[in-house]
Design a protein around this ligand. Sequence first.
Ligand code: NAD
Ligand code: DAU
Length: 350
Amino acid sequence: MNFKKKILITGGAGFIGSHVIRKMVKKYPDYLIVNLDKLTYAGNLNNLNEIVNHVNYKFENIDINNVKAIDSVFKKYLFDSVIHLAAESHVDRSISNPDDFIITNILGTLNLLNACKDTWGNSDNNCFYHISTDEVYGSLGETGFFTESTSYDPRSPYSASKASSDHLVRAYGHTYSLPVKISNCSNNYGSHQFPEKLIPLIINNILNKKPLPVYGKGENVRDWLWVEDHANAIDLVFHKGKTGETYNIGGHNEWTNIDLVYLLCDIMDRKLSNNEGDSRKLITYVKDRAGHDLRYAIDATKIEKELGFKPSLNFQVGLEKTVDWYLDNKSWLDDVTTGNYQNYYKQHYK
Ligand code: NAD
Ligand code: DAU
């Protein structure tokens, strides 16, 4: 079959990647979508059951640090575009084990950039699109927003590794005229998120009647975006974003952690027919995250004005849908919380 585009998507078995792959495979049957994923603890092929048999979908079990394998997969498919999501993504893990973050997020990105540089000219038909985070901008005080021109000030090994990979992507755009794009997004939530991150961890702990660990005083603020909206934004930037540009993506939806946990507790109590306030009794304030960034908030004016992006879902509705998904997919949760997860949890929350 002759495909109109051949797109390599890295990290497609993870949380955001699986939403992007499901969307692209179904929406663009004339594109070949190749998912390249190492399948770390965070990668789960069950996330892709819905599209696994589509003729325009292929999977390659490859580490982005395996240069030979990257080279041969580029030769095999002759990609015209890359949407790069593969990464170590959890801030707490980056504090206890920074090395993997440097290796995958910086060196892995470099390997992909080199493969594109060696394969492509600077044709309009090519695109290396790097999916990044608002954490590269550092931490805000009580006011203000991150814009695309905010100076970089990463403060965790995770955000430093993502900032470094953003710089490499821009440097390849500038030095080698590689056609690059970057977007920096706020906190995503929704189905298929690994229960090390706040929202699915709280849901899983309520289900198992375990303490709900809130770092510090629970006063840190995050801007939450429905993962499907992030996938829509990625589709927009990929197709309509200008080469060489950066787009901030956010939800205009700031919550302190403690208010978010209260809201989740109340939704869970209602859905599980618990007594009012049962889950809130599980809240436990624990030692703060080292170097914990106080507040993230995105000014998304550029993507809204230039590309027409708008978050589609109200947070309460999105959280209800998220909780429903986890309640309907308890076996998914059970599968990913056995083995290594137990060790991680014991270690981290000791
Ligand atoms: P995730 O941890 O759920 O998934 C990461 C995926 O990358 C997994 O499938 C994993 O197997 C794969 N992977 C990891 N190392 C690899 C390697 N060396 N080679 C190949 N594959 C590898 O992450 P996520 O939350 O879906 O985040 C995806 C991307 O979006 C990341 O780049 C992250 O920095 C960025 N991002 C995430 C958020 C968020 O809220 N989760 C927000 C903004 C940006
Ligand atoms: O802002 C975008 C970033 O959002 C992404 O780049 C990261 O990949 C993603 O993991 C996320 O980072 P955070 O550190 O903000 O997400 P996390 O879910 O780990 O934590 C959200 C907030 O909740 C944060 O202030 C820490 C707090 N927290 C987290 C956990 C896991 C707790 O209070 N208790 C917990 O047990």
